[in-house]
Design a protein around this ligand. Structure first.
Ligand code: HEM
Length: 322
């Protein structure tokens, strides 16, 4: 198996075919020669190709998602809410692609994965090192300065994340928009320290409640709130599928990034961004919160220490799950 070349024996990209002068060719415009050569296998296991590509494809989707959401945020800032809504809808569709990709990954069986992992231990890579994923979380409001420590060996990544940490998230712009539309958003929330996680405020919740109660009057804000909730909902679905796939493929072994693995991922699921504040009264969110609690319970009962210890480097040996 290991000796079969990545393209299955055929060279799909074989130099640039002739093209009318001045025209653009499919292969060169999309830089396929470069992209299709980026799958460098370090083991001779069959499944490594899938493993590498699913991560690369996910990173590409995350790049597009960031592009759409950063543009959406700019449009919210400039009161072009309808344009922002369109971009948020596309971001949600991209998230669906990310969620679907777990179906492909789940075809790796535990022995196949274990073989690949054994042969690639020297690499020591983990999704924890994904800069784009953190940028996405920061944009959605999951601010946590301690994340920067994860990238201490990569100063360039750390600098990018540090800059992003100090930038307002999409929800910060949402609150400013509500204030511009006449809702009583507390000054402390409008000028909050954006490096810190969002803290709920009864006044903000009241604003959203008014919008939900009189949605025909505030139709665009109502749709905006639903789109925000959609984004967070899909992040949670992605996390949930990640957790279930990891449990299926590596069970309760520790992660390659030094965490407890599944119990760590279960704890991550408890990190909410803004939705509780945005629409605390929605039934769907109560259900989501409950689903996440059920995961925590499952993982706690499966965790050997019974407490669900987290990665030592980030949180000491304390158990943050309870
Ligand atoms: C079979 C495949 C996979 C396994 C076994 C796996 C396993 C894990 C584990 C155990 C962690 C916890 C940190 C650690 O100790 O490493 C983690 C974190 C992470 N993984 Fe995966 N993963 C897989 C696929 C993916 C894919 C396809 C992506 C897509 C980008 C991804 C992105 C991430 C991210 C972003 C984190 C950090 C999550 C957080 O801290 O909130 N993983 N993964």
């Amino acid at each position: 198996m290991g000796s079969i070349p990545p393209s299955g024996g055929h060279s799909y990209v074989h130099g640039r075919p002739p093209w009318p002068p001045g025209g653009r060719h499919y292969t060169s415009y999309l830089r396929l020669e470069e992209i299709l050569k980026c799958q460098s296998l370090i083991t001779d296991t069959h499944d490594e190709m899938l493993f590498i590509m699913i991560h690369q494809i996910s990173e590409l989707w995350i790049k597009l998602c960031l592009f759409e959401l950063e543009s959406a945020q700019q449009n919210v800032m400039h009161d072009r809410l309808n344009v922002a809504l369109k971009m948020m809808e596309r971001a949600a569709a991209i998230q669906n692609q990310l969620i679907q990709s777990w179906e492909v990954l789940a075809t790796i069986t535990p022995p196949e994965y274990a073989q690949m992992r054994q042969l690639s231990t020297a690499s020591g890579g983990s999704g924890l090192q994904s800069v784009q994923y953190r940028l996405l979380e920061f944009l959605l409001g999951n601010k946590n300065p301690s994340i920067l420590a994860t990238h201490e060996r990569d100063p360039q990544a750390q600098a990018i994340l540090e800059t992003a940490l100090h930038r307002p998230g999409i929800y910060d712009e949402a609150l400013k928009l509500l204030a511009r539309r006449g809702f009583a958003i507390p000054e402390a929330h409008l000028n909050r320290d954006v490096c810190q996680p969002y803290r709920a405020s009864p006044a903000v919740e009241d604003a959203w409640k008014s919008i939900y109660a009189r949605y025909d009057e505030y139709w665009d804000l109502y749709v905006f709130a639903e789109k925000l909730v959609d984004l967070e909902y899909r992040v949670q679905l992605w996390r949930c599928h990640h957790l279930k796939t990891v449990a299926r493929v590596i069970g309760f072994k520790p992660g390659s990034g030094g965490t407890t693995g599944v119990p760590y991922l279960a704890r991550v699921m408890d990190q909410v961004f803004f939705s509780r504040a945005a629409v605390g009264s929605r039934e769907a969110l109560r259900w989501l919160a409950r689903a996440s609690w059920i995961f925590l319970k499952q993982c706690r009962s499966a965790c050997r220490c019974g407490r669900g210890a987290v990665r030592p480097r980030m949180a000491g040996s304390a158990c943050a799950m309870l």
